[in-house]
Design a protein around this ligand. Sequence first.
Ligand code: MN
Length: 139
Amino acid sequence: MTTNNPENNLFAKGQKGSADYFTGTVWVAPLLAKDSINNFSIGNVEFEPGARANWHTHPRGQVLIVTDGQGFYQEKGKPAQPIKKGDVINIPPHVEHWHGAAANNRLVHIAITNFENNEFVTWLTAVTDEEYKIVNQTK
Ligand code: MN
C-alpha cells in the first residue's frame, strides 16, 4: 500500500457524492467554479477503498491530478490503467471512462473539468462489481 493517511488531506472532504453517479463512498469538494475567465471547474474527489465513478464522458475533456492513494482509470474497451499519487491523467473529450479507488486503497484526485456551455459531464451506467473485480485482479 502507498500512502493512505486521511490526516494528509490537502482539502476539506466536502459532500458525499450521489449514488446516482458513484458506487461506494465518495467525497466531493468543489474548489473553484467555472467563471467568466476560467471555462473549467476544479474539485477534489476522495474515493474510499472500492468506490468508483460510473462510466461517463466529458464534452471538452478532463485532467486528473492524483494526490494520494491508488486506483484505476479505464477507457471503454481498453485495459484499466493503475494510477497512484503523483500521476496526471489527460482525458480526451467524449471518451467513455471511469476513475476510482482500488479495492484495498483509497484514491484522492483533483479534477479539472472543462465546460462546453454549461455541460461538463454525461453520466452513464455504473461500473459493475464484475467489471471492477476483473480490474482489481489484473493490477
Ligand atoms: Mn472523468
